[in-house]
Design a protein around this ligand. Structure first.
Ligand SMILES: [Ca+2]
Ligand SMILES: [Ca+2]
Ligand SMILES: [Ca+2]
Length: 472
């Protein structure tokens, strides 16, 4: 049996014991990135009706010296998640000083290639410690970005992926290995995905990646689907004038991999008070949720992210942390969308009808009764037939016709960044600010969010200590 199905089925069974209707077959899972939150991020996830949190189980936090790891911080996080009925996906990564094979490219030890054997030992200790509490482990985060991993794909495969996967499965045969968690902003993600699958497709139970891109027509920049499942090809007549890197799904197909895919980060910034951005964020989530049901291979999305801290400079959250509010946060409009969709759409375990699920199921631009003319009532189970390509222009809007040539210059620059030397021009400003380009470093009671421009490392924002996110 596919290990990836075990938790979903177990969850379905346990939920049915509570008398709630839930399909017997695995539903598509949803969650939020919560980093190391012990309260507000977990509350927001639970309140959004999502079932998963993706946490930063940072190696350097748990094992700052070669002595046995201290998991007390993570015990608290995992216990608090479980108390809210949430399942945990733990990202195990970031090298402590003592385990570094050398700081070759700056950024301290956390992005260093680990010494042989050290990562597997830590993974084994982690999986044994959390036996029965954590079933899903993602091996590193965005290793194709230098601020998170200095090495090349072979370093990742040999020092992280293969030993880490073996350690997970040896310590817990029913546990699930997720990898490689690639970023799609630069970083040659197609090459990294190919190297990872070539070496470890039998050891990876669920393939993972991150997508930050809009749902545009794919003419001037890679859109969401170009990174996910069909890469961008621009033609002038019959002449191909630009071709982007292969998408995650295409590389999986090249390697004959039919494993499930989890999108472990995607999202959009929306500062509280900016009505336009907040609506764009809500619609972005809606499009992601609309795209999933017709793509059964894409079995989960963990949105980025659960909450913002005031004045942090980051606004990807679905809520703003605010202890003066009754819930401990102020919700953004997207939270209401998540509640609506998860409660109603059967693909996500809901029990409503398509004509009252908050989604434009058939891709005609109209959402639910009475806006969608094909809905006769809120009880109607169909908004009508989706377009032939499965909706949302998953393949249709690409392959630009004659007009593409006019944008050729811009597209050339655009393509160069993903393969080239330090050109960030492919990355739209919004996108550049996203993609998980920061890492919470719990040090001295502070969580330091760092971001690194290509080639140089610079802290760009501080987040308040995780302790400030606690309610106590
Ligand atoms: Ca380094
Ligand atoms: Ca609908
Ligand atoms: Ca519709």
């Amino acid at each position: 049996m596919d290990r990836s199905l075990v938790p979903a089925l177990a969850l379905a069974a346990s939920t049915s014991l509570l008398g709630l209707a839930r399909p017997a077959l695995a539903v598509q899972e949803l969650g939020l990135n919560t980093h190391q939150s012990t309260s507000v991020g977990l509350d927001a996830t639970r309140d959004a009706k999502l079932r998963w949190v993706r946490i930063d189980l940072n190696w350097f936090n748990a094992q700052p010296t070669p002595a046995a790891p201290d998991f007390s911080l993570f015990d608290t996080i995992v216990d608090e998640a479980q108390a809210r009925g949430l399942s945990v996906l733990a990202v195990v990564g970031y090298t402590p000083d003592w385990a570094s094979a050398g700081d070759q490219k700056g950024g301290g030890a956390l992005n260093d290639v680990p010494k042989e054997g050290t990562y597997a030992d830590f993974v084994k200790a982690t999986v044994e410690h959390f036996q029965g509490k954590i079933t899903h482990y993602e091996l590193w985060n965005e290793p194709n970005l230098e601020q998170f991993f200095e090495g090349n794909p072979d370093d990742y495969v040999q020092r992280v992926l293969l030993p880490g996967a073996a350690a997970v499965h040896q310590a817990c045969p029913s546990c699930v290995v997720l990898a490689p968690g690639l970023a799609t902003v630069g970083g040659k993600y197609d090459e990294w995905m190919s190297a990872s699958l070539a070496a470890a497709k039998d050891q990876i139970d669920i393939v993972t990646g991150h997508v930050y891109a809009d749902f545009g027509n794919g003419q001037s920049a890679d859109n969401f689907f170009n990174k996910l499942e069909q890469h961008r090809v621009l033609k002038s007549g019959d002449l191909v004038v630009y071709e982007g890197p292969l998408s995650f799904k295409e590389v999986m197909s090249q390697h004959g991999v039919n494993k499930p895919f989890w999108l472990t980060e995607t999202g959009r910034e929306a500062p509280l008070g900016d009505a336009t951005k907040l609506e764009e964020q809500r619609v972005f989530y809606r499009h992601v949720l609309e795209a999933m049901p017709s793509r059964p291979w894409w079995t989960a999305t963990i949105f980025y992210e659960s909450f913002d801290e005031p004045a942090s400079g980051y606004s990807f959250g679905v809520v703003m942390h605010d202890e003066s509010k009754p819930l401990g946060y102020e919700a953004k409009p997207v939270l209401g969308l998540l509640q609506k969709v998860v409660g109603a759409q059967t693909a996500f375990g809901g029990s409503g009808a398509d004509c009252d699920d908050g989604l434009d199921n058939d891709g005609d631009g109209f959402v639910d009764y009475p806006a969608d003319p094909e809905c006769s009532s809120i009880l109607a189970s169909s908004e009508g037939d989706p377009p032939p390509d499965g909706g949302l222009g998953g393949g249709g809007g690409q392959g630009g016709q004659g007009g593409a040539g006019g944008g050729q210059g811009g597209q050339g620059g655009a393509g160069g960044a993903s393969e080239g030397e330090g050109c960030g021009c492919r990355i739209a400003a919004e996108e550049r600010a996203s993609e998980g380009l920061y890492l919470l470093i719990a040090a001295g009671g502070l969580a330091l969010a760092r971001r690194r421009a290509r080639g140089t490392s610079r802290p760009i924002a501080r987040k308040p200590a995780d302790g400030s996110a606690r309610r106590d």
